[in-house]
Design a protein. Sequence first.
Length: 417
Amino acid sequence: MAEFITFPSLAYTDRAGLDAYLELGGYRSLRKALFDMQPEQITQVVKDSGLRGRGGAGFPTGLKWTFLPKQTEKPVYLVCNADEGEPGTFKDRDILRYAPHQLIEGMVIAARAIGSKVSYVYIRGEFTEPWRAMEKAIAEAHESGFLGKNILGSGFDHELYLHPGGGAYICGEETALLNSLEGRRGEPRTKPPFPAVEGLYGCPTIVNNVETLAAVVPIVEHGAQWYVDLGTEKSPGTKLFSICGHVQKPGVYEVKMGTPFMEFFEQDCGGVLNGKALKAVIPGGSSVPMLTAEECKTLCLDYESCVEHGTMLGSGAIIVLDETVNIPHAVHNLSKFYSHESCGQCTPCREGTRWYEVVLERVLAGQGSMEDLDLLQSLGNQINFRTICALGPAAVAPVESSLAKFRSEYEALIREA
Ligand SMILES: Cc1cc2nc3c(=O)[nH]c(=O)nc-3n(C[C@H](O)[C@H](O)[C@H](O)COP(=O)(O)O)c2cc1C
């Protein structure tokens, strides 16, 4: 059964305050990081734990921290990506509203590791409840000496600021986020330079996801090996999964990496809603290829198993589609989202996502042809590897995978018309 191992506060939805967090052993790791560890040791334990970024790309966290210049005159910034706009993803929201102190603690520890005096949490604009919970927690942390000047008498200073998101999915892309934070239009920057070298205000910056930073707390407390042992060899630890759609018990679950998908789905989530048959699953947020029910039988919830099944773990957002779903309709819904959210900077993404929407509309309206399916198939080649950021390729994944696996549903729409 799923239980909250590394995010104990998530077991309680009514106790986000400091007292409850302290009862659960909160801020012990911060003391350890401030008094018993050197910054390099913190980075090393995170590296050894094998923690990978939980924002979607799965990049090794400790390794990212080492990309900062060793010597710099400039300030170093830490930015927490709490924009969470990917369809199906709602795990960071629970950390923000139910475990805000764990995020703050993780951020101060990370800040000490990378030598940052100032950090920002860029929170999705629509997240009003999480914003209030974070505001309250920051005030409590300040009052109790966990934030601000000379934290717990250690001599380490750190200030943490909240910033409301710009109301666009693209602002979750880390460099668009930095532009937005600077007051500019949220458009991705070309890389290199990567943020670790030239990020916020041109200064070295580490951008990490909410779940990534919060996971640093138990890793520092229990050690790297403890975390490694929770998961598989290449995907250590646990991961938060948000599951929605046609599922009996939707919600946010913490799952040990490597858990068989069907075991989790049936035992913890109660299986398909109303006992219907499973048709497809999008395992990592809407930006990853979908899987058929048959493929799900051998899927495990870890990075490698997802890749072996031709998909990705992404942000860990599982969207369940039952037998009643018309796949072209569902894919059109996603295509509309990507077309609307493309920032328009790169022609292949701006035009390609719009073409997906237009052609799919035609097919759904009964005016499509078999050539339209070839056109849909070919669009991916015009988008992939030709854009500054991954939004364009994200739009390709549902279309290409559904055409490969559920082509007959598209053909039926054309034939019946
Ligand atoms: C279009 C787009 C939207 C994204 N949205 C988010 C988001 O809401 N939250 C997030 O943490 N990462 C998001 N990412 C990934 C970030 O660019 C970045 O990889 C991540 O914040 C790094 O943190 P991590 O290493 O801890 O995962 C998005 C990427 C793209 C291309």
